[in-house]
Design a protein around this ligand. Structure first.
Ligand SMILES: [Zn+2]
Length: 199
């Protein structure tokens, strides 16, 4: 895969040509996939205050004139990794307590209101703007996806942590795509190296 295509992964491209998550869950999926840990740190779409501001504005999570600080961007990255751990738990079992603590703390601060549209349909919307509003929106989406059951189909790639939506019947998909992670043998060798376990 060429670098140009790799840089589009998580936004314009889904590894393996999988469909994106349905409805608003796609936005949460995009958030988790703002960075892939197999790619250079500089590719992180919310890696700095300026990048996070641009990404959140583009996604409608921040008003046109809104800004996030470096500290807020760091907290967003922390939340992203906690959400990634929660996604991984859909395959592995119980979520990491540290990840739950991060998400729980964000949830305790998140202000959500029930908005009503012209058809009488309700949506959980942020009560305020800024980075806090973006976090509230994302957590509202998490809650909705858990109610619909779509959340259970979010999976984390065993190798790179990419969040993908598993539409397979037996929900057994474990890899984002061979295009990123290569073949399984290569992956296992990589995993062992990263964990410092000899082959
Ligand atoms: Zn992967």
């Amino acid at each position: 895969m060429e670098e140009r295509d790799k840089r589009r992964i998580g936004e314009q491209l889904e590894p393996g040509g999988r469909p994106k998550a349905p409805g608003r869950l796609e936005l949460l999926q995009r958030f988790v996939n703002t960075h892939n840990h197999d790619f250079p740190d500089g590719w992180d779409r919310i890696g700095t205050a300026a990048k996070a501001t641009a990404w959140l504005r583009e996604k409608g999570l921040l008003a046109a004139g809104g800004r996030v600080t470096a500290a807020e961007a760091a907290r967003l990255r922390e939340l992203r990794e906690a959400l990634r751990a929660l996604v991984a738990a859909n395959r592995r079992g119980r979520p990491d307590p540290a990840a739950l603590a991060v998400i729980g703390a964000a949830a305790a601060e998140a202000g959500l209101v029930v908005a009503l549209d012209g058809d009488g349909r309700t949506t959980l919307c942020p009560a305020a703007g800024g980075a806090g509003g973006a976090v509230a929106t994302l957590l509202g989406i998490l809650h909705e996806a858990q109610l619909t059951g779509d959340w259970d189909r979010m999976k984390g790639c065993r190798q790179c942590g990419y969040a993908f939506f598993d539409r397979s019947k037996n929900r057994s998909a474990a890899w984002c795509a061979m295009a990123i992670c290569g073949n399984r043998t290569k992956n296992r060798a990589y995993y062992r190296r990263r964990r410092g376990v000899s082959a």
